[in-house]
Design a protein around this ligand. Structure first.
Ligand SMILES: Cc1ncc(COP(=O)(O)O)c(C=O)c1O
Length: 457
């Protein structure tokens, strides 16, 4: 086992105290990673020009505090901090807010334990074998053509998107795609992008930071109130509204496309979880109805993993030039990830993974439905036709206490309130339940924890 090279800045007055503080600081800030092996006391003493006993005493103190681990006859190592913290923290009667959650039902995450590791490795191997040498030299600003071609086929097939490869730009996720688009819209003198009354604050911020106004569009049980749109552009989540879960109904889909066509307006369609539709054939993307007035935003964050940072935008032909002008000089997603994803799409492995995950999420959605069905006091489930989250409506004035009770039980779940547009009045109490993130074995416990924190549970 090789030990790490250690640069220590010993400052505190007193050699021993200074050494302890410097080592503690190195572990705390991550310069000494969990599991790394420290130099022997003899070597560190020589390096620092101090007595070996001083180093031995420092190691012992930090071992007692839980920062380091030492076993008889073995080298001293940096403790796994998760373990160290729990082993050495004084016992507490109740978990406190800020502790790592035991159960995670926050929206936005797929089941990361199901990442298709073997398929990804196989696809990477094939991608590397096939790639021309020139592929490793640069990332084209709009993304590799192999991925743009594969996405054009996939999006047409799976989502009804009209997506010629030259209309596609690879982004580092839907959020980055939206930021690119915001810059392009400003460059085209657009001043306003209306947003749904509830939505991701991050997306409102991205638009506002680009200098766009973001007035709210009200929502009702049929989705966004399209009849309230003025000119400009609108950002929608038509397949599964985030976070209320409503699907934009058929008449409104037609109305909003008419609005865009007749006013020259632009619809930004965020299809972040469109692949996960449970009860019927997926409703196709709006973009297919009018590719010249809809920009389509997609992402691999739900179907595979958010850590990949791969997304795509499909732009109307008339906007291709402007969008290309706001791209950075090099692409933002690594060539290998792009080529690997192209392989997964071309071989059907992506579809297969989505199918498996869709069945798994559908079963969870059904469990959630059955659990909530047992409540008869105003606790109701909405938005379960699609996606990885649903909205649990709560009796009036119980959102805050429900979220607090979840935190106290170390169940991570979001209230609806953080998603509310600041210009719309608060009109309901609800929590947004993401059922994607638990592992299969963790799901029953997460569901049970949720049941216990709901009013009347
Ligand atoms: C509404 C919405 N859009 C997009 C995304 C995905 O964003 P990204 O592709 O940047 O990871 C999420 C993820 O939670 C989301 O909730």
């Amino acid at each position: 086992m090789t030990s790490v090279d250690l640069h220590l800045d010993v400052r505190a007055p007193g050699l021993l105290a200074g050494l302890i503080e410097a080592l503690r600081d190195a572990v705390r800030t991550g310069r000494l990673a969990p599991g790394s092996t420290l130099p022997s006391s003899r070597r560190l003493a020589e390096d620092l020009g101090v007595a070996r006993n001083t180093v031995v005493a420092a190691y012992k103190e930090l071992t007692d505090e839980g920062w380091l681990t030492a076993r008889q006859g073995a080298a001293t190592q940096v403790a796994d901090r998760g373990r160290a913290v729990t082993e050495h923290r004084p016992p507490v009667a109740r978990p406190v807010p800020g502790d790592r959650p035991l159960h995670d039902l926050r929206p936005g995450f797929p089941d990361m334990s199901s990442f298709p590791r073997a398929e990804w490795v196989r696809a990477t191997r094939r991608a590397i074998e096939r790639a021309p040498g020139s592929a490793f030299a640069e990332t084209p600003p709009a993304g590799r053509i192999e991925l743009r071609r594969a996405l054009a086929d996939y999006l047409a097939r799976a989502r009804g998107v009209y997506a010629a490869p030259e209309r596609i730009v690879i982004s580092s996720g839907a959020s980055h795609g939206l930021a690119l688009l915001a810059a392009a819209l400003r460059a085209r003198q657009v001043e306003t992008v209306a947003v749904e009354a509830y939505g991701l604050p991050l997306h409102r911020d991205l638009l506002a930071r680009a200098g766009l106004r973001t007035p709210p569009v009200p929502l009702d049980q049929h989705g966004a109130r399209i009849d309230r749109l003025a000119g400009g552009a609108v950002l929608l989540t038509p397949a599964h509204q985030f976070p209320t879960g409503v699907a934009l109904d058929a008449r409104r889909r037609a109305t909003v496309v008419d609005w865009a066509t007749s006013t020259g307006g632009l619809i930004i369609e965020n299809d972040y979880d469109g692949e996960f539709r449970y009860d019927r054939k997926p409703v196709g993307a709006l973009q297919g109805l009018d590719p010249d007035h809809v920009v389509y935003l997609g992402t691999a964050s739900k179907a595979i993993a958010p850590g990949l940072r791969i997304g795509w935008i499909v732009v109307p032909e008339a906007m291709i030039g402007t969008v290309h002008r706001v791209l950075s000089a090099t692409g933002v997603t690594g060539v290998l990830e792009q080529l690997t994803l192209a392989e997964l799409l071309d071989t059907g492995a992506y579809d297969k993974h989505v199918r498996v995950m869709r069945n798994r999420y559908r079963a969870r959605r059904d469990d959630l439905f059955a659990m909530i069905d047992g409540f008869d006091n105003g606790v109701r489930l909405h938005g379960i036709a699609a996606g990885l989250h649903a909205l649990v409506e709560l009796p009036r004035n119980t959102e805050r206490s429900t979220v607090d009770s979840a935190v106290a039980r170390r169940l991570a779940v979001h209230g609806l309130e953080p998603y509310r547009h600041p210009a719309v009045p608060r009109d309901r109490d609800a929590i947004v339940v993401g059922f994607g993130s638990p592992t299969s074995s963790g799901w029953p416990g997460a569901l049970d924890a949720l049941r216990r924190v709901l009013p009347g549970g």
